[in-house]
Design a protein around this ligand. Structure first.
Ligand code: ADP
Ligand code: MG
Length: 409
């Protein structure tokens, strides 16, 4: 039976082809039929092609085998014993629809089974157990689909964080490339007029000196800017690779945090958020830099989205400078603490226990998915072998305290 995607299980797939009997069949003949084939759960009683009743094994046997049962029913037509009002459903109905009908209209069918017809003609019998199994299977499949949907939402939220970094880096690289381009253009003009001067034959020693000086200056300037762009690309490439590959390696934490902040800086500058980052420069981890980068990205982007959100319902209303601090300190036992705090509106006490829940957001319909902190929580708890909690920062604002071992599990 297939329940995947849009196509749902229909009872057609459940029915057992059960032999049917005509209404004249005598009780003792039915008893023999049940004895001869023990796999038959019930018989449909048919007049022509149409079902007029149902005779189920257990119900029949308990009456037939009872005292005087054989004498009472043995020589009577089965119509005397059959259920004249069985549940009859079309083969194209879904398992869900049939179980709804069964429980609301004809609950006894759970014991007796029910009849399936196709284009009005008898097509087989389904037992209560078969139906329950199909319902259980369909619930399990639905549950699996939900889990898959959640996993893919988590994946797209992770990609969104990477997207924020990409946008940041593209913006950041624009500056040095633009400067280098301006310098190259200006120097090109200069070279052209120098060429004209030289062609005219009236060139002097000082002209040459000046031109060489300008050439050196231009090339220094271009080199510095292009080097800067190249560093940005290298740093970003590392983050992008780390974030998408999930690779474990030795890395300096300060470098990793710097690379992330470099990519996020344009956004932070635009929102006028000042960031103070402090991390022991030599702290080395044997862990997952992609996961660390993702944790920091999500916490920082959350401060931008929530802590300093303006207007009614938003937390941030006064004009104090917006500040974030990112602090790393070693902990005893080869671990470290990473604290990301802001001086924004803070997380209300009744909200704090729920912020790490999947899909919990206070900005539904305004770009919130409620997955950012859930991802942070999972990365720390599972990938990095640490944990995280939220508390009030001194003087208001939110303070996220994460801890992790220097060597990931
Ligand atoms: N720095 C912060 N300041 C205030 N509230 C925050 C902060 N970070 C997170 N929150 C709260 O935690 C909730 C969950 O965050 P998150 O899981 O990232 O989902 P989303 O950002 O999509 O709302 C947010 O909706 C917000 O209410
Ligand atoms: Mg978020």
């Amino acid at each position: 039976m297939s329940v995947a995607g849009g196509d749902v299980a229909v009872v057609r797939s459940l029915r057992r082809p059960a032999p049917a009997i005509p209404p004249e069949t005598l009780g003792k003949q039915v008893a023999r039929l049940f004895e001869e084939d023990r796999s038959v759960p019930a018989f449909a009683v048919l007049r022509g092609r149409s079902p007029v009743g149902l005779i189920d094994r257990l119900g029949f046997m308990s009456r037939f085998a009872a005292r005087y049962g054989r004498d009472l029913f043995g020589h009577k037509p089965i119509t005397q014993m059959m259920d004249r009002d069985p549940l009859i459903v079309d083969a194209a109905l879904t398992v869900d629809e049939v179980s709804r009908r069964l429980f609301t209209q004809n609950p006894k069918a759970l014991h007796t089974g029910f009849i399936v017809t196709e284009d009005g003609a008898y097509a087989g019998i389904v037992t209560g157990i078969d139906l329950l199994q199909a319902v259980a299977h369909s619930l399990a499949t639905t549950n699996e689909h939900l889990r898959e949907a959640q996993a893919s939402l988590v994946q797209s939220e992770k990609m969104a964080a990477l997207g924020a970094l990409v946008a940041g880096v593209a913006h950041e690289i624009n500056t040095p490339i633009g400067s280098a381009l301006t310098a190259a253009t200006a120097f090109g003009e200069r070279a052209k007029s120098f060429g004209a001067l030289a062609g005219g034959g009236s060139i002097r020693r000082t002209d040459i000196d000046r031109f060489v000086g300008a050439a050196l200056e231009a090339s220094d300037y271009m080199e510095a800017n292009i080097r800067r762009a190249s560093e940005l690309i290298t740093g970003f490439k590392q983050i992008a690779v780390d974030q998408t590959s999930d690779e474990r390696r030795h890395f300096r934490l300060a470098q990793c945090l710097d690379d992330v902040m470099l990519s996020l800086n344009p956004r932070l500058r635009k929102e006028a958020v000042g960031v103070a980052l402090s991390c022991p420069p030599d702290l080395e981890l044997d862990s997952y830099p992609g996961a660390v980068a993702q944790v920091l990205t999500n916490l920082v982007m959350n401060a931008v989205a929530h802590a300093f959100a303006p207007g009614p319902g938003g937390a941030w209303t006064d004009g104090r400078p917006r500040r974030m601090t990112i602090t790393v300190e070693p902990l005893a036992g080869d671990a470290l603490e990473l604290v990301v705090a802001d001086n924004g509106g803070g997380v209300p006490a009744d909200v704090q226990p729920r912020v790490f829940d999947p899909f919990f957001t206070t900005r539904r319909g305004q770009g919130g998915t409620g997955l950012g902190l859930h991802i942070v929580f999972n990365l720390l708890a599972q990938r990095l072998g640490g944990g995280i909690r939220v508390e009030d920062a001194e003087g208001g604002g939110a303070r996220f305290v994460a801890w992790l071992p220097l060597v990931a599990p």
